[in-house]
Design a protein around this ligand. Structure first.
Ligand SMILES: [Zn+2]
Length: 534
């Protein structure tokens, strides 16, 4: 047996896409897996975004406690305001890989975000979201890169990771017909390489848990939503539109074949969990949040000359960071630093009496929320669906570094942080955006067959994985072991056990120092290409 448990991540997977694909015969293996096991929608965290969501899945803790709210964090430093890319050092809680390790079990962990730099786990780890030039050093143990290179003929870090020249070009060029096709083909090749790495490690160095994340699902759904969603796909498609849709289906067919091979290797006694980090849906309009804040007197745009003068040394980080500095911080009381966060930060009080004082804060925030919720389109329909305060969304040890307010837009999309002549604009093409409900499919020993549960929480996945591996559940995990997935007799003979709270291990001696400035620039460029930054 080459794994006791499997965790297959499909970033952004949603039943509204997967169900029709299973009906059409594109994903027979997933269909069989569901028939022989259980399925449920999986509620993501707020915000329903890749880094906080996968971190919650890996730790069983909510963002207010693990401290990851976005790809980036806005920080006030001695030198001024800075945006910093989050990495594993910022994850304040213990991961399931580490919980396995201290219980004597091993893990193979491939392509998960927020796992660089790797911590000392017994097993093998290739972190996700690492610029390809840094992959050799990022692998754990250090020899893993050379072994994969020697054993996997397709191994090509430029494609597996984030080679800006490949991906940004492809994404920016998505106006041309061929670019769409090339980009989907690139994602098929990428996934095949992650699959081959998983297959090699499962056969040569089997671990108790093999976890592999296929993140092209998220990327395809972002840029090719209108080809994937049967409801909005053209009734009379052009030859090109049909070709793009067929390629999208081919991508999912390949994922299903990889799943079939991985399941076959693991054997029928393995526990299998297939999960996404959030769901997906269409986005049809753009709300210019910083422009709204500007027009309502909260945010003041800086003039270009002062930006060049003050921040010339950091402008190399890309357009997004330049936009960030286009704000006159002296006069601004509320702003949104990143589209991905949909979050508003209220400027804290400064020594010279600027910002929002502690006494004013509650009233200031309430008024801002009310005005935002009152913003409507030309038909008088409200644009903002819901606003969470930081206490509602991020209660926990790290609440102080979370946004003061987090917005959910009526179309489920991300805000724009750019200046604009209008506050609301239809998108030229319908694209994909995240939704709160992802997917969970589970099968294996004790799991009920043909069960469909309405909803579980992404926080429940870590307790579920620990239970399937026969381990106790640390009492500070915030999710619950979803007992409803299991046969009652199985639960009786395999009672859920608990143990002392988690302990986050210290950084590993000799590990790389995290994300250095050059990597920051590359990651930010990637985020921009994906539409999470501007
Ligand atoms: Zn995601």
């Amino acid at each position: 047996m080459s794994a006791k448990a499997l965790l297959i991540g499909l970033d952004g997977a949603t039943f509204s896409i997967l169900d029709p694909l299973m009906e059409e015969g594109v994903m027979p293996c997933l269909k069989d897996l569901i028939a022989g096991g259980a399925r449920s929608e999986l509620a993501s965290v707020i915000p329903a975004l890749t880094p906080p969501a996968w971190t919650s899945l890996m730790t069983g803790r909510s963002p207010g406690n693990h401290g990851i709210f976005d790809f980036l964090r806005f920080e006030l430093r001695a030198g001024g305001r800075q945006l910093r890319v989050m990495d594993s050092e910022d994850v304040a809680c213990e991961t399931i890989w580490s919980m396995l390790g201290r219980n004597g079990l091993t893990a193979t962990v491939l392509n998960f975000p927020m796992t660089f730099p790797a911590r000392d786990i017994p097993g093998n780890m290739v972190p996700g979201w690492v610029p390809w030039k840094h992959l050799r050093l990022a692998c754990h143990p250090k020899t893993l890169y050379e072994r994969l290179k020697a054993a996997v003929p397709e191994f090509n870090p430029r494609e597996m990771c984030m080679d800006m020249s490949l991906e940004e070009r492809a994404l920016e060029g998505c106006h041309g017909e061929e670019d769409y096709e090339n980009l989907i083909k690139l994602h098929i090749r990428r996934e095949r390489q992650w699959f081959k790495a998983a297959k090699y490690l499962m056969s040569e160095e089997p671990a108790d848990l093999t976890a592999v994340l296929f993140d092209g699902v998220d990327k395809l759904q972002h840029f090719a939503w209108r080809f994937l969603d049967r409801v909005i796909f053209s009734a009379s498609p052009s030859a090109w539109e049909s070709r793009v849709r067929q390629l999208c289906l081919e991508y999912f067919r390949e994922i299903d074949r990889f799943l079939a091979e991985i399941l076959a290797m693991a054997g029928k006694d393995a526990s299998v969990v297939v999960t996404s980090d959030h769901g997906f849906g269409a986005t049809t309009e753009v709300f210019y949040l910083n422009e709204w804040l500007h027009q309502h007197g909260y945010l003041v745009w800086a003039d270009a000359a002062s930006i060049e003068q003050k921040h010339s040394e950091t402008l190399g980080l890309g357009t997004m960071v330049r936009r960030f500095y286009e704000i006159d911080w002296e006069k601004t009381t509320a702003y949104c630093p990143t589209p991905s966060s949909n979050g508003i930060f209220i400027t804290p009080p400064t020594a010279d009496g600027k910002g929002v004082s502690v006494e004013r804060y509650e009233g200031f925030r309430r008024e801002l929320m009310e005005r935002l919720l009152g913003f409507s389109d030309v038909k008088g329909e409200p644009v903002i669906h819901r606003i969470w305060t930081r206490e509602e969304a991020f209660a926990g040890a790290h609440m102080a570094s979370a946004p003061d307010l987090t917005l959910s837009l009526r179309d489920g999309g991300l805000v724009s942080i750019l200046p604009s002549d209008v506050l609301l604009k239809p998108r030229t093409e319908t694209t994909g955006a995240h939704r709160p409900n992802g997917v969970l499919v589970a099968a294996g020993p004790g799991i009920r067959r043909g069960l469909a549960l309405p909803s579980l929480s992404i926080l429940d996945v870590a307790p579920l994985l620990l239970y399937t591996l026969g381990l106790p559940i640390p009492e500070d995990l915030e999710g619950r072991m979803p007992e409803g997935l299991f046969e009652p007799e199985y639960l009786l003979s395999h009672p859920v056990r608990f143990e002392a709270p988690t302990k986050r291990p210290a950084a590993m001696a000799g590990s790389p120092d995290g994300i250095n400035p050059q990597m920051q620039a590359e990651v930010i460029g990637q985020l921009r290409a994906l539409g999470y930054m501007e």
